[in-house]
Ligand binder design. Structure first.
Ligand code: NDP
Ligand code: OXD
Length: 310
């Protein structure tokens, strides 16, 4: 039987994914027509990115799953027309990219690299940074990405405290959960990484109260979602020196508007939502495996829990 797989994402995504998806679907032993247009009632699976105009999933009565190309699903999870199973992206190459972004930016701040790279006065300042073992890190979110980043930082000897919704045990990481766990993690952290999904519960996790718990001068790295941080509270904490620097990859409005104060703040680094990209060859294999599972009656991988919102 030939499956109909609808690709609902941007033209640029199509150019990148068409060939790797066709190859991965064939390698999974499936026969499918991968298409950008099909009668809704004929579609078996939808590959989806929020760059697609598709909003009404109700006519897709035969569709067995909607397979997101994105890890974060906040723009689709609450769609009331979406009754089909929704699977988010867990791509090993995306995880690798996120580890590189987080470790790179953590080391920039840990080693005080800017002091030497930007040294307009040619000041000879031989003071050394502490060792990583003396620089506590809080990892807010201990899912696929947070756990991989926590492990990579711990391998460099940073003492890492992870925080999640449910209790966890991860070798080499001190794991906390719940409101008290958040306060405890923040009260020691010189570097805070936010890798939580955007849900009603995680919005403004970093706010005036929680930012005040940090040791003075702590650094924030946010590759999660803009809404995890209260922008005004962050700007106030930066101006007061409570937060020493914020490196932000994600924003409430993207692209970040040209007049947003983050662009010109001397202690904010903006990266344009590039912390970790889904990579077509590996992501296509993940998608194809889920289609194979759907056809074999096996449980889907990375299924989103609608109630939790991630
Ligand atoms: P996961 O779903 O694997 O992990 C989410 C983590 O957040 C889990 O540990 C979960 O806890 C925790 N969490 C969720 N809600 C709460 C809460 N209310 N309180 C405490 N902890 C909570 O997601 P990923 O690691 O794959 O991705 C995380 C996010 O990273 C994505 O949602 C997306 O927004 C962002 N992202 C950004 C990219 C970029 O390029 N900037 C690229 C890809 C993703 P528990 O383990 O208990 O469920
Ligand atoms: C994602 C992202 O969620 O790129 O995949 O932000």
């Amino acid at each position: 039987m030939t499956l109909t797989v609808l690709f609902a994402a941007s033209d640029a995504n199509w150019a990148e994914y068409a060939e790797p998806l066709r190859a991965a679907i064939a390698a999974a032993g499936l026969t499918a027509s991968l298409t950008r247009e099909a009668a809704p009632q004929a579609v078996d699976y939808i590959i989806y990115a929020p760059t697609s105009p598709l909003q009404d999933f109700a006519p897709y009565i035969r569709c067995k799953a909607v397979l997101s190309l994105w890890a974060g699903v906040e723009r689709i999870v609450g769609n009331p027309t979406l009754t089909q199973p929704l699977c988010r992206m867990v791509d090993p190459a995306l995880t690798e990219g996120m580890v590189e972004w987080v470790v790179g930016h953590a080391l920039r701040h840990h080693l005080g690299m800017d002091r030497h790279i930007l040294n307009p006065g040619h000041v000879w300042d031989p003071s050394c940074p502490p060792l990583a073992r003396e620089r506590p890190v809080a990892m807010l979110g201990m899912g696929e990405l947070g756990t991989a980043c926590a492990r990579a930082l711990a391998a460099l000897n940073f003492p890492v405290t992870g925080w999640s919704r449910s209790p966890k045990q991860v070798d080499g990481i001190s794991c906390l959960h719940g409101d008290a766990g958040l306060d405890q993690a923040l009260s020691q952290a010189q570097i805070v990484v936010t890798l939580l999904p955007k849900t009603p519960e995680t919005e403004n996790t970093l706010n005036a109260r929680t930012l005040a718990l940090l040791p003075k001068g702590a650094v924030i790295l946010n590759p999660g979602r803009g809404a995890l941080i209260d922008d005004d509270a962050l700007l106030a904490a930066l101006d007061a020196g409570q937060v020493g620097h914020a490196t932000l990859d994600v924003f409430r409005v993207e692209p970040l508007p040209p007049d947003h104060p983050f662009w010109s703040h001397p202690r904010v680094t903006v990266t344009p939502h590039i912390a970790a990209d889904t990579r077509a060859p590996s992501a296509s294999r993940v998608i194809a495996e889920n289609i194979r599972r759907g056809e074999a009656g096996e449980p889907f991988l990375n299924r989103v829990d609608r109630g939790r919102g991630y």
